[in-house]
Design a protein around this ligand. Structure first.
Ligand SMILES: [Zn+2]
Length: 253
């Protein structure tokens, strides 16, 4: 399908009619991913220059932002995960390993939003290349950080770190990599391939905390600010919590 047809299909309520094959021979475009996420009320980005007439987002962290993406709403549907996993595989094949696809033994991701996507990616890599690919789940500890990998990982294996969304270089993408490197405690860790790989990059960071490079399928220029430095507040725009009351409607109006 052509981009325009995909966007029209989604806008007319047909997001679940899409299939990975609709994007065959090309990459999904930014317009298409925005349309798909918008169908799940999962995407907002500030349009135009900061102004008093349009509000901006107040995040849980207390920071202010000119964009908000909730991949969870879309990735709760296995069909959407399958479509996005195919887009990830295209980038893995063409941009990360352009010469030859190495033997990928595992795909690791952290709980919870990335899990369905990681499962789908492990499944399609395994099927296409006829290799066993383990889906490694990094569970959250009692502080809510992804650090726990039950049973460790065979040190002979090499694998990918993936995430569905990256906001900062010190967030869950890095935590997932760190957890995999520590997964066998005193024994040798498995080999972790680079770069770390994310579906949606809404960050200024292209390195993790340990300087590992990051590659992404989609990049959005969304910024976070402290109250003091927020250009939207300075322009008189109100900072509102995206998911409270009818704030989402105000943001996306
Ligand atoms: Zn602000």
């Amino acid at each position: 399908m052509k981009e325009l047809a995909v966007v029209e299909t989604v806008k007319n309520g047909g997001v679940f009619a899409l299939n990975p094959s609709d994007f065959e021979g090309r990459r999904m475009t930014i317009n298409e991913v925005v349309a798909i996420l918008s169908a799940f009320d999962a995407f907002w980005q500030y349009q135009g220059d900061p102004c008093a007439q349009k509000p901006h987002a107040l995040l849980k962290s207390g920071k202010h932002s000119n964009g908000f993406i909730m991949t969870k709403s879309a990735l709760e549907y296995p069909k959407l995960c399958m479509i996005f996993a195919h887009e990830m595989l295209k980038v893995i094949e063409k941009r990360i390993f352009p010469d030859a696809m190495p033997k990928i033994g595992f795909v690791a991701c952290s709980a919870y939003s990335a899990l369905n996507l990681g499962y789908s990616l492990a499944l399609i890599i395994g099927e296409k290349y006829n290799i066993p690919v383990r889906h490694v789940i990094v569970e959250k500890d009692d502080k809510g950080n992804p650090t726990i990998i039950r049973g460790g990982i065979d040190a002979q294996l090499q694998g990918l770190i993936i995430n569905e969304l990256m906001t900062t270089g010190g967030g869950s993408t890095w935590e997932t990599r760190d957890a995999v490197l520590k997964s066998n405690s005193q024994n040798s860790p498995p080999y972790v391939m680079t770069p770390a790989f994310v579906l949606i990059h809404r960050s200024a960071d292209w390195l993790l905390s340990d300087q590992t490079k990051v590659e992404a399928v989609f990049h959005f220029d969304i910024k976070n600010f402290t109250l003091e430095e927020c250009p939207y507040c300075k322009a008189g725009s109100e900072a509102i919590k995206p998911k409270v009351g009818d704030n989402w409607k105000k943001l996306t109006a």
